[in-house]
Ligand binder design. Sequence first.
Ligand code: NAI
Length: 386
Amino acid sequence: MAKLRWGMIGGGEGSQIGPAHRLGAGLDGHFEFTAGALDHRPDAGRDYGKRLGLAEDRAYGDWREMLAGEKGRDDRIDLVTVATPNATHFEITKAFLEAGFHVLCEKPMTMTVEEGEEIVRLTKSTGRICAVNYGYTGYSLVRHMRAMVARGDLGRIRLVKAEFAHGHHADAADADNPRVRWRYDPAQAGVSAQFADCGIHALHMASFVIGQEVDRMSADTVSCIESRVLEDDAMLNLRFDGGTVGRLWTSSIALGNQHGLSIQVFGEKGGLRWAQEQPNQLYYMPLGQRLQVIERGEANLSPEADRTSRVTIGHAEGMPLAFANIYADLAEAIRAEKDGRAMDPAANLYPRAEDGLRSMAAVFAVAQSGKAQGAWVDARPPMFRT
Ligand code: NAI
C-alpha cells in the first residue's frame, strides 16, 4: 500500500507537541513526512526540516510558501497538520481547506465560535476533512469505553465526571515567565486560559465516551494566583443532550498532579474509570459484582479497541501511539475516499471540525457563566441550536 504524503506546520525544534505528531504520523507506515514549515523563524524551520529528512524544496520557510509550493504539485501532500500557537490555527486551516487539502488541526481549532462555524461550513463545501487533535481519544481503552457505553453494558448513563487538573502553573513567582504569562493574558489567550487549554480535552473526552453533546453548563471560574486575569481553575456542572449529568474540574495549580486527565462514567448497570497516566488499565464495576480490571490488548475487547492496540498485553503503549491512532483513522478516511469505498466504521472515530466548534462554544459559555457567578448558560454553538 503506497504511503500517503504528510506535511506539518509548526512543531519546530524544541516545541512541545511536534515530536508526538511526527512519531504518531510515522508509526504505522501510513504517512511519509514530505513537507513542512516548522518554525516561526523561516531559516530555523527550513534547517530543521532538512535535518528531519525533508527534500530541500519542501522544507519551507513559512506556511504561505508551503501552500503555494504544494498546491501546484502532482505529488502534493495528502494531509497537513497544523501545530502552531492557537491564534494562527484558523487562518492556516482555512487556507489549506480552501486549497483542497485535508487538515489535522491542533486544539483549540479556532479562537472564536464564528471562526469555528466557518471551518465547519468549509468542510462541507469543500468535502475535505478537518480533524481536530483530541488525541487522547485515540487510546485503545478510551475507544473500548465508548464501545461499552454504546452497546449498553452500563445501561443508561446517569453521570460522567471528567478532570484535567495539573500543577504546572502553580508557582506564583513564575507569573512573569514568558512561557506562562501569555496563557493568562486575554490579549493573547482569548476569553479563557485553563479551560480553553485543558478543560476542552476533558469535555470532549466525556462527550466522546458517552456519545452525547453538552447542552447547558454552569461554571465557577477562579484565578487562584491573584495576579492572573484569566482563570487557572474551573469547576463545571453540565447537562448533556441525552440526559446525562456532567461534572468537570480543570486546574493548573493542582500541585502534585502531573498530566491529570481522567474520566469516570456511571450508568444504571455499571461504572468505568480510566486515567491518561495509566492508559493500559480500565476499571469496570458491574452492578452487584466485583471490580474488574480490563487490560489493553486482552482478548475479546471491542473491534474499536483491537484496531488501536499494537503491542502485546502487559507492555506499555503511550501518548504518541494514541496520536498514531488518530493518524491511522485519517489514513483510512483518506484512502477510502481515494478508492471510492466506505471506510472501516471502527476507524471512523477521529474528532472533527464539529467537535472543535463545540469546544469553542463551550469556552465562551465557561467565560460567560463564570462572569455571571455560575449562571446556567447554553453551551451549544448557534449553528447547532435547533
Ligand atoms: P510551542 O510553543 O512549544 O511550539 C510551537 C511551534 O510552532 C514552534 O516550533 C514555533 O516556532 C512554531 N510556529 C509558531 N508560529 C508559527 C508559524 N506561523 N508558522 C510555522 N511555525 C510556527 O507550542 P506547543 O505547546 O507545541 O503547542 C502548539 C499547539 O499544540 C497549540 O495549539 C497547543 O494548544 C497544542 N497542543 C496540543 C496538545 C494535545 O494534547 N493535543 C498538547 C500540547 C499542545
